[in-house]
Write a protein that binds this ligand. Sequence first.
Ligand SMILES: C[S@@+](CC[C@H](N)C(=O)[O-])C[C@H]1O[C@@H](n2cnc3c(N)ncnc32)[C@H](O)[C@@H]1O
Length: 275
Amino acid sequence: MRQTRGVREIHVIGIGAGDPDQLTLQAVKALRSTDVFFLLDKGEVKGDLIRLRRDILDAHLPAGSYRVVEARDPERDRKAGGAAYAPAVGDWRGARAGIYERLIAEELDEDGTGAFLVWGDPTLYDSTLAVLEEVRERGAVEFAYDVVPGVSSVSALAARHRTGLNRVARPVQITTGRRLAEGGFPEGVDDVVVMLDAHQAFRRFAEDDMDIYWGAYIGTPDEILVSGPIAEAGPRIERLRAQARERKGWIMDTYLLRRGSARDGRGQDRPARPR
Ligand SMILES: C[S@@+](CC[C@H](N)C(=O)[O-])C[C@H]1O[C@@H](n2cnc3c(N)ncnc32)[C@H](O)[C@@H]1O
């Protein structure tokens, strides 16, 4: 008799941006239906991020009920800018697709369920979904996948500062530090959330009528929050950022830039409440 082959299933699970309590009930259900967890180590001083994932597993699953497979994420050429940026990201994704393909094919039974635990929300500045699509297109291993949304660092930032992201009926844009540095403040919006900013692109707006709501390591015991007019808050953020980076060896920060808040009287309304 012919045996029916199962289909490998993958959950892409958003785990929140640092606070283990941000894990949703949907995420916990997905964790409980997973046999093998794939943890990708970035190879940087980010052991803390792997540790948080392990703590989440320990907190929600009985010991011995699951397997963890760790793999090294390939390094990306971070110096490539301008026209070289997209090809560098493409090469990196290709290298990751090779690793994911091997993990799924070799570490997961044909009817098994695997999971990738993605920082924040998997749909925001994360390449796991694009990489999985690339693996499917290669066609060497068959699998189905679903996505469990997570609390993104953007939501966490706004919540910790107790501010909305947009003003009434106005748009808000999410962008990267690289784009802000290269292209300036985006046209047509006054509220811009900036992620992945290694160079503190906000400094170029020090002379402008603009507020900043900044957060580093949001949701973790190391969290730092600063808000206020950029001329005053900017230098303080630079100092705190440099000290924190020195102390921990890495930093993750996100900020909201709000233009013209002095004009509408909504600037720096509420300082963030200390944890
Ligand atoms: C590769 S992106 C991942 C974003 C993630 N998918 C999310 O939904 O938040 C990494 C960037 O997210 C932001 N980030 C993630 N976690 C953070 C945290 N706990 N505190 C501050 N910023 C954070 C930083 O801007 C960092 O450079």
